[in-house]
Write a protein that binds this ligand. Structure first.
Ligand SMILES: Nc1ncnc2c1ncn2[C@@H]1O[C@H](COP(=O)(O)OP(=O)(O)OP(=O)(O)O)[C@@H](O)[C@H]1O
Ligand SMILES: Nc1nc2c(ncn2[C@@H]2O[C@H](COP(=O)(O)O)[C@@H](O)[C@H]2O)c(=O)[nH]1
Length: 217
């Protein structure tokens, strides 16, 4: 099976017509009101928060991104990422399979479009964990999406977490910290900020946000 066939919801195969039939089911257009984007500097704890949501709230649908980055120990293809080579990633871009994509610290990352649209069309809240460039693309294409910025308690704590994770070489950490300065400067572009002092606290706030969306007004 090719990677594009695995980009449907929950890793199931899907036809190219799935997104358009999902759009029909939603009355011809898909509302992005139930789409929440979680962004923030590298090392702030986004993946940790998402892992806790996956563990404690299996009812929340989390997008699985495609990346050209090599897997870290313990990362599972189709769960943490779809790991792709450059040729596959190029093809997904060329065929319009990605809702957004960006290059970050030497690797490419993208959100499979079809799975997001199908969940939104079915009225299921969807959560994306992506970088600032991707968040900006989502803002442009889906203005009703809610953009959440995850901030560290301090710069020193961010560096401590990123270095302490022990997954990147020193030069990669430097690239990620350079990007982090830009991401922190863009906080005001987001709808709200959550400070990651406690993983469980952030999860609780995100879960209550996901349960309430503008159409409930
Ligand atoms: N609230 C917290 N308190 C202390 N440590 C934390 C907290 N949240 C996450 N961490 C730790 O910080 C490190 C970085 O977390 P994580 O990998 O989730 O960050 P990330 O934002 O997903 O980074 P990246 O964007 O590079 O993928 C991990 O070692 C994690 O255990
Ligand atoms: N624009 C996108 N950014 C993404 C996506 N998936 C993850 N990311 C972000 O990339 C960096 C690095 O992630 P890492 O796993 O290598 O540490 C981080 O900010 C992620 O949020 C995506 O689909 N699009």
């Amino acid at each position: 099976m090719e990677i594009a066939d695995r980009l449907a919801p929950d890793g199931r195969g899907g036809s190219a017509a799935a997104a358009s039939s999902a759009a029909s089911a939603a009355g011809g257009s898909i509302s992005s009101r139930r789409l929440t984007v979680l962004s923030g500097p590298s090392g702030v704890g986004k993946s940790t928060v998402v892992a806790e949501i996956r563990r404690a709230h299996p009812e929340v649908w989390l997008s699985v991104s495609v990346t050209t980055r090599a897997p870290r120990p313990g990362e599972i293809h189709g769960v943490h990422y779809f790991f792709a080579d450059d040729v596959e990633f190029d093809r997904l871009v060329d065929e319009g399979e990605l809702l957004e994509w960006a290059e970050f610290a030497g690797n490419r990352y993208g959100t499979p479009r079809r799975a997001v649209l199908e969940h939104l069309a079915a009225g299921v809240p969807a959560l994306l964990e992506i970088d600032l460039q991707g968040a900006r693309q989502v803002r442009a294409s889906m203005p009703d999406a809610r953009l959440v910025f995850l901030a560290p308690p301090s710069w020193e704590e961010l560096v401590r977490r990123l270095v302490g994770r022990g997954t990147e070489a020193p030069e990669v950490i430097e690239r990620r910290l350079a990007a982090a300065r830009e991401e922190l400067a863009a906080e005001k572009e987001f709808d709200l900020t959550l400070v990651n002092t406690s993983v469980k606290g952030v999860c609780a706030e995100l879960i209550s946000l996901l349960a309430v969306h503008p159409s409930d007004d």
